[in-house]
Design a protein around this ligand. Structure first.
Ligand code: AHR
Length: 510
C-alpha cells in the first residue's frame, strides 16, 4: 500500500463551480436522437415518442446545459428543415456522418425534451456552409417573443413562449479539415466576430462561444486561438476546447494520466486568451467552454464504423457506440477533476455525448436503457461538486509514462460548500497494481461530523456494462473511510475513482 497526503485550502477558493460545467451534448448522429432519446413505440415512450426511461437516467446524471444539434452535423444543417409540421419536413443527407436526417425531431421537440429533463439548451449555429444571416434568423425565431415573421412562425409552429436560448456556439470545430466549410483562423475569426456582433444587436446579453481548437494536437493549436480571438475577443464570452482520449497501443499507464494533457490544454488556452486581452488592453473576460470532452476510440470509428457509398445513407445507424470500461470511467472522473481544478476559467463544459453515441447512457430499441461505467463519476461529481473549487495538493509517488514522463499516482480536487458545511474530494488512483492510502488533514476546515466515500474500481479494469449484463460495474461504498485525529483516511484501490463527502460539525468552522 502506497501513501498519499492531500492538503486543501478552503480559505482561498480558485473559483465557484459553475453548474454549466456539468453540461452534455446531443448531436444528430447515429442513434443519439432516433432510437436513443426518441423511440415512438417503445413501452416507455411519452406522447411525443420520447423514452421515459432515458429521461429518468438523464435526470439522475445531473446534466446542466445540453449542446445541440452538433458537432460536425451542424455544419451542413438547415435549421428551417427541423421546424414546422413533421410531415412537411424534408429528409436530408448528413454528409458529416454519411447518414439520412429525417428531421422528425427538431428544435421544438428537443427543447420540450430538455424542459422535461430540467436542462438548458445551448444551440450551435452553422457557420460552415451558412452565415451570419441564417444565424440571426435562428436567434430571432428562437428568442423573439412575437411580432416578426420568424417569431410568428415559431408561434404558428406551436411554441408561444420564446425558447430564450442564452448560450450560442458560433459554429463547430472550424479548424478541422474534416469540417464542412473548414476555414483558416483569419477567415473564421472575421466571420465569427461579424456573426457575434449581429447576434448582439438583437440581444447584448447572449453568451457566445467562439470555436477554439478541436484538439491540442492540431497543427494550428495556439495560433488558431490567438488569431480568432484577435478578431472576436470583445464580441464573445467563451472560446471552446475539445479533447478526446483513448488508450493507444496497450499503453494503459499513459491513458490513465490523460488529465495531464487536459491540464496543459486549459493552461495554454488561458494563457493565449490573456495574451490577447493584454494586447487589446481589454477589460473583458473570456473563459473556456470545454464543450466536447470524453474518452473516444476514434481509430475504431475510422476503421470499423465509418459509412461509405453513394447509395448508402442509413437512418440512425449504430455509430460511435463505444462500450466504456472501468479504466475509461477512471479517466472520465479524472478529466472532471481537471475541469474543476480550473473552475475560475472553465465555466462551461459538455461531456460528448449523452445517449448511445460515445455516451454514458445506452439504449436498446424496444428494450432497456442502461448506465455505462462513465455514468457514475459524472453523476456523482455533478451532485457533490458544489460551492467553490479550492486549491488541492497531493503529495504522492509517481509512475513513469511514455506520454507524460513521471505522473502522480493520485490526482484530486476539492470543492467546499460553506452554505451546506460540506466539502467533497474527488480522487483517482492511477496505479495498476497498488492501493494508495490517502490521508486528508481537515483541522483547518473544522471537525468532521460525517465522512463517506464511494469508489468505482474492479478486478478487471476492462470490465464494461452491456445489454446482456447492464449492472456488471457500479459504485460501491468505500468502507475503509475513517476520521482519526483530525485526519480523514481512505484507501483507494488500483485504477479507481473515489468521491469523498465530508460534512462539518456545525459550529466547528475554523
Ligand atoms: O462528438 C463527435 C464529433 O467529434 C463531433 O461531431 C465533432 O465536433 C468532434 O470532432
Amino acid at each position: 500500500m502506497a501513501d498519499a497526503r492531500l492538503i486543501f485550502d478552503h480559505r482561498r477558493p480558485v473559483g465557484a463551480v459553475n453548474r454549466r460545467v456539468f453540461g452534455s451534448f446531443i448531436e444528430h448522429l447515429g442513434r443519439a436522437v432516433y432510437d436513443g432519446l426518441h423511440e415512438p413505440g417503445h413501452p416507455t415512450a411519452d406522447a411525443d415518442g420520447f423514452r421515459e426511461d432515458v429521461k429518468e437516467l438523464v435526470r439522475e446524471l445531473g446534466v446542466s446545459a445540453v449542446r445541440y444539434p452538433g458537432g460536425n452535423f451542424v455544419s451542413g444543417f438547415r435549421w428551417e428543415d427541423s421546424v414546422g409540421p413533421r410531415e412537411e419536413r424534408p429528409k436530408r443527407l448528413d454528409l458529416a456522418w454519411h447518414s439520412t436526417e429525417t428531421n422528425e425531431v427538431g428544435l421544438h421537440e428537443f427543447a420540450a425534451w430538455l424542459d422535461a429533463v430540467g436542462s438548458e439548451l445551448m444551440l450551435a449555429v452553422n457557420l460552415g456552409t451558412r452565415g451570419t444571416l441564417e444565424a440571426i434568423d435562428l436567434l430571432e425565431y428562437s428568442n423573439l417573443a412575437q411580432g416578426s415573421a420568424l417569431a410568428d412562425r415559431r408561434i404558428a409552429n406551436g411554441r408561444t413562449r420564446p425558447f430564450d436560448v442564452k448560450m450560442w456556439c458560433l459554429g463547430n470545430e472550424m479548424d478541422g479539415p474534416w469540417q464542412l466549410g473548414h476555414r483558416s483562423a483569419d477567415d473564421y475569426g472575421k466571420l465569427a466576430a461579424q456573426t457575434a456582433k449581429g447576434m448582439r444587436m438583437f440581444d447584448p446579453s447572449l453568451e457566445l462561444v467562439v470555436c477554439g481548437s478541436s484538439g491540442r494536437g492540431m497543427p494550428t493549436f495556439g495560433e488558431w486561438e490567438r488569431v480568432v480571438l484577435n478578431h472576436a475577443y470583445d464580441d464573445v464570452d467563451y472560446i471552446s476546447c475539445h479533447a478526446y482520449y483513448a488508450e493507444k497501443d496497450g499503453d494503459l499507464g499513459s491513458f490513465l494520466a490523460s488529465a495531464i494533457d487536459m491540464d496543459s490544454f486549459i493552461e495554454q488556452v488561458v494563457t493565449t486568451i490573456d495574451h490577447v486581452k493584454a494586447v487589446k488592453r481589454s477589460d473583458h473576460v473570456v473563459n473556456i467552454s470545454f464543450d466536447e470532452w470524453n474518452v473516444w476510440d476514434i481509430a475504431r470509428f475510422e476503421n470499423v464504423d465509418k459509412i461509405e457509398g453513394v447509395d448508402n445513407w442509413p437512418v440512425a445507424p449504430r455509430l460511435l457506440e463505444d462500450a466504456y470500461t472501468v479504466s475509461d470511467a477512471v479517466v472520465v472522473g479524472n478529466l472532471l477533476i481537471s475541469l474543476l481544478r480550473r473552475a475560475d476559467r472553465v465555466t462551461s463544459a459538455s461531456l460528448a455525448q449523452l445517449v448511445n453515441v460515445i455516451a454514458p447512457i445506452m439504449t436498446e430499441p424496444g428494450g432497456i436503457a442502461w448506465k455505462q461505467t462513465t455514468f457514475f463519476p459524472f453523476a456523482v461529481t455533478s451532485a457533490l461538486a458544489t460551492g467553490q473549487s479550492v486549491p488541492t495538493r497531493v503529495d504522492c509517488d509517481t509512475y513513469e509514462t511514455k506520454e507524460f514522463g513521471d505522473a502522480p499516482l493520485v490526482d484530486a480536487v476539492t470543492t467546499v460548500d460553506e452554505e451546506t458545511n460540506s466539502a467533497s474530494v474527488f480522487a483517482v488512483n492511477r496505479s495498476q497494481t497498488e492501493s494508495v492510502r490517502l490521508t486528508i488533514p481537515v483541522g483547518e476546515f473544522g471537525d468532521i461530523a460525517e465522512a463517506t466515500a464511494q469508489t468505482l474500481s474492479d478486478e478487471d479494469p476492462y470490465a464494461v456494462n452491456t445489454l446482456e449484463n447492464p449492472e456488471r460495474v457500479g459504485l460501491k461504498a468505500n468502507d475503509s473511510i475513517r476520521v482519526e485525529n483530525g485526519e480523514v483516511v481512505v484507501d483507494l484501490p488500483p485504477i479507481s475513482w473515489t468521491a469523498i463527502a465530508l460534512t462539518r460539525a456545525v459550529g466547528a468552522t475554523a
